[in-house]
Design a protein around this ligand. Structure first.
Ligand SMILES: Nc1nc2c(ncn2[C@@H]2O[C@H](COP(=O)(O)OP(=O)(O)OP(=O)(O)O)[C@@H](O)[C@H]2O)c(=O)[nH]1
Ligand SMILES: [Mg+2]
Length: 298
């Protein structure tokens, strides 16, 4: 694991993680665009704006798009309400979803169909609504839940899912119903991340592999965030007495409470970093969002 003297300093690699399969994936997405009626852009509800990809969106051209903010069950409800208001103001179709909530996920299909039909009518005023095939492409950052959404909609394990960024590496068409087909695509990162903080948000939600920023750096960032937002679930799970702790004090306490100790009772910090990241990503340390919607210009 990467070690630095300053645990809050991510390596330069964090800003430019763009493995070769992503450049190929982006090229193939552009080539196949004409085969689909609509694109489903999957984001993470905990990072509603920064988990979008401007570069990918520019490649979509005029193609109709529906933004799905997945994993809403892990996001802070108050901030989701604020973001919903902001998305409403932007006028772009979107939906916050927890893809394990199947009845709610059904809405995705009806909403996508509506957008496609509306588009057909706009392009051809004489168009008469008919039950034609709906072909969709699913795109987004790594690990946002693209393949899981497909499997949930298809009611079977049609495509591989894993809690690690970069699981899907090739495109694949999947039949959802007789008249619906969805194309799974590999997660694509922006070629460059603008701010260090954004890179840490994306590492925290595991859109970027842990060895890029380093578990120590990401765990320090997540811990600092949980102390700052005063997450009650985090406090209770690790039996912390207060939020008024330094990161080092909190890590030591977690190591003791969870038995992450080496010989002579010394804390095994590497194990604590892994534990904290895994539990945070499962939602055991409370629901949260990174960043708030931009303020409207006065
Ligand atoms: N809590 C929660 N977890 C989810 C949700 N959707 C997906 N996941 C989990 O997120 C992880 C990644 O899911 P995938 O479907 O493989 O993500 P992907 O976007 O296809 O990832 P790549 O193929 O690497 O780009 C898995 O562990 C899923 O179980 C959700 O709505 N809520
Ligand atoms: Mg996938």
């Amino acid at each position: 694991m990467r070690r630095t003297n300053d645990p809050s300093a991510p390596s330069k690699a964090l800003f430019n993680w763009y493995p070769g399969h992503m450049a190929r994936a982006l090229r193939e997405i552009k080539q196949k665009l004409k085969m689909v009626d609509i694109v489903l852009e999957i984001r993470d509800a905990r990072v509603p704006m920064v988990s979008g990809n401007r570069n990918l969106n520019e490649s979509l051209g005029q193609k109709r798009k529906l933004i799905l903010l997945n994993k809403v069950n892990l996001a802070d409800q108050e901030l989701v309400a604020q973001w919903s208001k902001w998305f409403d103001e932007q006028g772009e179709p979107y939906l916050f979803v927890d893809c394990f909530d199947k009845p709610a996920l059904k809405k995705v299909i009806s909403m996508a169909r509506k957008i496609v039909e509306q588009n057909r009518k706009e392009c051809n005023p004489d168009y008469v609504e008919t039950k034609t095939k709906l072909r969709m492409m699913i795109v987004g950052l790594p690990n946002t839940g693209k393949s899981t959404i497909i499997n949930q909609l298809a009611n079977r394990n049609a495509t591989k899912v894993a809690d690690k960024p970069g699981q899907t590496q090739i495109q694949q068409w999947i039949n959802i119903e007789n008249d619906i087909e969805l194309m799974d695509t590999p997660g694509v990162m922006p070629p460059q991340i603008e701010k260090e903080e954004h890179g840490l948000w994306l590492s925290s939600i595991h859109a970027i592999p842990d060895d890029i920023a380093g578990e120590e750096t990401t765990a320090n960032f997540v811990l600092g965030h949980l102390l700052k937002i005063k997450s009650q679930a985090f406090l209770e799970r690790y039996k912390l007495e207060s939020f008024n702790l330094t990161n080092d004090e909190a890590f030591l306490k977690i190591a003791t409470v969870r038995g992450c100790l080496k010989q002579k009772g010394l804390p095994d910090l590497d194990r604590v970093y892994k534990l904290l990241l895994a539990e945070f990503r499962k939602g055991d340390l409370g629901r949260t969002c990174f960043g708030a919607p931009p303020k409207a210009k006065a």
